[in-house]
Every structure is written in C-alpha cells, then in structure tokens.
Design a protein around this ligand. Structure first.
Ligand SMILES: *Cc1c(COP(=O)(O)O)cnc(C)c1O
Length: 377
C-alpha cells in the first residue's frame, strides 16, 4: 500500500496516557533537502508529513491499536458508513516552532474537549483527552523536523474521526477510526495583511436550528461550498451566514467566527447554538478583556452591522480561526447593499490583538494564561 517496509518497534508508555504506540517508520520519508524545499513555500494543506497516527475504536473493544505509520492511503470498504452518511468529525490546531527550536501547540485540551463534544453530536465515541494529546506528541516525535521555522509558519495538525464500519443500515457505527495527519503551513498573508470582502448569503444557511452547526463536522463544510462559490463569483473571499430561522442574526463565516468592534471599544460577537465555538475567538476575547475591553456575546442582527458601519459606530470587523488567526474584514456585500471600505487599512485593534495572540503562540511574550503545551519533550 505504501513504500514502507520497516520493522515495527514499540514505544514505551508515555507519562500522560500509558498508550503503547506501535511504530512503523517510513522508509520512503523525504530527505532533508526535499523537506526543506517543501517548507520554503508550503502554502496551506498541500503537503503532508512522512507519518500519521491512528487508533481504532469498536463498540466491543473500545479504543485500541495506537499506531504511528507512514503517511499513506487508508483502506476502506465501499460500504464504509462515513462515505454514505457522513458520520465524521475533525479538529484543527497548529504546532509552532519557538526561537530556541522547541515545538509547542496552543490550547490542545480545548481542541480535545471540542472533539468530544463534536463526537457526542455525531454519535461517535469520545476520544480521551490524554489520547488526543499523546497522538500529537507521537506525530511530532517522528515528524518534528516538519515544523517550519520561518516567521508566521507552522505545522497544521488535523485530527479526524470517522465511521469505518461496512454497513449500510442507518445507525451509529460500531467501528470507528481516529487519525492524525499534519501539513506544513506557510505565512497566511504574503506581503502584509489585507482586509477581505465578505459575501452575505441570504439564500443558504450553514446550519439549522437543532442541527450540527456547533460540531466540527464535514457536512457543515459540504453545505457551505456552493455559497462559497457564489461569494467567489462576487469577488469575495468568504461567505457570512445568517441564522436559518429568521435570516437576520449573524452566525459566522464558513470556517471562522466574526467579531465587531465598536467606537467605544466594546467588542461584540454573535451568540447562537449553531455557531462553532472557536478557540481562537475565545482566546482573542480573553486578550481583549485583559486589556479592559467590554466583551458582549449576544444576538447581533445584520442591520446592526450595516447601520453601525454606515454611522461609524462600528469601527472594525474581523474574522478569526486557527488557519488565518485573525483576518480583517474590509467590506460586506450582498445583493442589496455594500458596506465598509475595502481600501482602508486593517483596524488597529484587530492588528494588535493578532500580534499579541501570535506573540504568545510563537513564545515571543510570556504565556500568562498557560495556553501552550510543549510537544517535543
Ligand atoms: C474550526 C472552525 C472555526 C474556528 O475555530 P478555531 O478553534 O478558532 O480554529 C470557526 N468556525 C467553524 C465553522 C469552524 O469549523
């Protein structure tokens, strides 16, 4: 199936979970030169490291068979439930290389806990937090050299879980797989951070009332692709979704949360059961509170945005998520109106919160909230 034929060795138990990972080294691993060439300009999501981690789950046996193996194709039966009914969840976090060469990640327990909440909603088994953390450490143990060191680069970590049982009946699967793969990520913005235009989708919703909007599951992304293409046709980078019931309250973008900044320094972000609770958002709100900003999580109408920007009451708008950290929003467009000024520079608070958060992640300032976890020790 892949080019590797290595012997299997077993790692000793780790301090955290006691899991014993069976390790198969990738004999076809990229050379140092090949890896460095990729790391010089990785983009996002294009290249994958030499190894992956996986665990199996069965209704009878629980979690078992932790492995590190060469990155490569997964064998699935065509009847695997995930391919038909989308019983699937994922996570996204980054490994950062600090100045001294050490490798860290940001609030991984929060990702692990969120993965458990997503699992609950998708009727998947909950992966213990220690197993999640161990999987990250194991991958970094073998692929640590893939964490780039240029400014604002990282190794994107993608844990995911899916129903692999070969069964076409509709019920929660009795066989599930958890995988972790990793992909080097370049600096998101080349040549300065430019505000983006956002398209307001008034025809499509991302998630419905009582649906899976608060879970990190592929189906939410599948339903965002058509509106996302519509946004691109209008020259916009992303779609803004409204609530599915009244079509007037802000939810979020396809994969990022939204924040409005008022003239008096108040920071407002939408509250809704169908929004994905972003860890970047929560962290940014904490940093803002630390600086004395008033933070409100409440229902926000699209009119509040439009009127607020027009009147000058809302002075900055940004989106946030792990991949791009913070993206300034310059302009909101729809079939009926356009507000904002795409030629204006990114907002001051937007940029300084971005700076502070990335300074913490890259170890350039003290980690006063204890958000970092070392992965290579
Ligand atoms: C992952 C995700 C976010 C951002 O979450 P972070 O934890 O900040 O990366 C926001 N919205 C959606 C729909 C997401 O899937």
């Amino acid at each position: 199936m892949n080019a590797s034929t290595s012997i299997t060795l077993t790692d000793g138990p780790t301090e955290t979970s006691g899991l014993q990972f069976a390790v198969t080294r990738n004999d076809a691993a990229r050379s140092d030169a090949e890896r460095e060439e990729i790391l010089a300009d990785p983009g996002f999501g294009n290249y994958f490291t030499d190894h992956m981690v996986d665990l199996c789950w069965s209704a009878k046996g629980g979690w078992h068979r932790p492995r590190v193996s060469p990155y490569g194709p997964i064998q699935l039966e065509p009847s695997a439930a995930v391919l038909h009914y989308a019983q699937e969840i994922f996570e996204g976090l980054k490994a950062y290389r600090h100045e001294d060469g050490s490798i860290w990640t940001f609030r991984p327990e929060a990702n692990a806990a969120r993965m458990q909440r997503s699992a609950y909603r998708l009727a998947l088994p909950e992966l213990p937090v220690e197993y999640f953390l161990d999987s990250l450490k194991q991958l970094i143990k073998y692929d640590g050299a893939w964490v780039p060191s240029a400014p604002e680069t990282s190794l994107y970590l993608r844990p995911f879980m899916f129903a692999k049982e070969a069964f076409l009946g509709v019920r929660p699967a009795n066989k599930v797989a958890y995988y972790l793969i990793a992909s080097p990520a370049g600096a998101y913005f080349h040549g300065g951070i430019a505000p983006v235009s956002i398209w307001l989708s008034d025809r499509y919703s991302r998630a419905g009332k009582g649906g899976t909007g608060a879970a990190k599951t592929g189906g939410n992304y599948a339903s965002s692709l058509l509106p996302q293409s519509e946004a691109a046709e209008h020259g916009c980078a992303q779609v803004l979704f409204l609530d599915s019931v009244e079509g007037k309250y802000l939810e979020e973008l396809g994969g990022m949360n939204v924040v409005l900044v008022y003239k008096d320094g108040t920071i407002v972000t939408p509250e809704s059961d169908s929004i994905l609770e972003g860890i970047t958002l929560e962290s940014v709100l904490q940093l803002a509170r630390d600086r004395g900003h008033k933070v409100e999580q409440r229902k926000v109408t699209i009119d509040e945005w439009r009127v607020g920007v027009e009147s000058g009451d809302i002075v900055e708008v940004f989106a946030c998520g792990t991949a791009a950290v913070i993206t300034p929003i310059g302009e909101l467009k729809s079939d009926t109106f356009t507000v904002g000024d795409i030629t204006a520079p990114a907002g001051e608070l937007t940029m300084s919160l971005r700076q502070e958060l990335t300074d913490i992640q890259y170890g350039r300032v003290p980690d006063r909230h204890n958000w970092l976890t070392r992965l290579d020790a």
